[in-house]
Design a protein around this ligand. Sequence first.
Ligand code: SAH
Length: 212
Amino acid sequence: MDFEAARASLIEHLRREIRDERVLGVMERIPRERFVPSESRYQAYEDRPLPIGEGQTISQPFIVALMTQEMELVAGQRVLELGTGSGYQVAVLAELAGHVVSVERLPKLAHRARQILDELGYTNIEIHLAEKAMGWPAAAPYEAIMVTAGAPKIPQELLDQLAMGGRLVIPVGSRYEQELVKVTKRQDRDLVEKLGACRFVPLIGDGAWEEE
Ligand code: SAH
């Protein structure tokens, strides 16, 4: 299979709705096929989520592009991602930011992601196993935070880890469907914008969902 050609045509498709060319440029370079299980590699450039084992999924490319665009990253910034999963989204963030901290609660996924990201040569990514506290307060504040699992509400703990002027992009809603929300932290009242419907696996932990 010609992954390069498939990747280029996916990017053309995304360009209809994604306006940030930097995000599209980065996604045109990263081999998504490396982040999916070998049996679904032929589907790596379809615009859909794919199972990655442990009941989890790698997000749909359109959602990756949209969420990354809304992070409004500037070179050198410090970023936090919750839900490492396959590691694909971290790679996209690492190409645009200075340093990315990513947290995952399932050790198997965290280890596999670390391995692929090392093979691809990333040196500005830290992966941690989730602890009791949501996010990774030890390295806060972050200029942008992305949550790639659905939350019942916007976690105050994550707003506390965000720098003033920083952006939090997070799916909020029920266990099965959510709305993508962007919060910009401000001195007075935070700015809350809605970016559309989405469907993520649940964010598990204190202040979020219980494991089923
Ligand atoms: N960003 C991923 C998609 C992740 S799917 C990618 O690009 O492939 C969501 C992930 O969030 C799952 O792997 C799940 O185990 C993880 N997760 C759920 N609750 C979490 C929490 N409280 N902290 C960290 N990770 C969590």
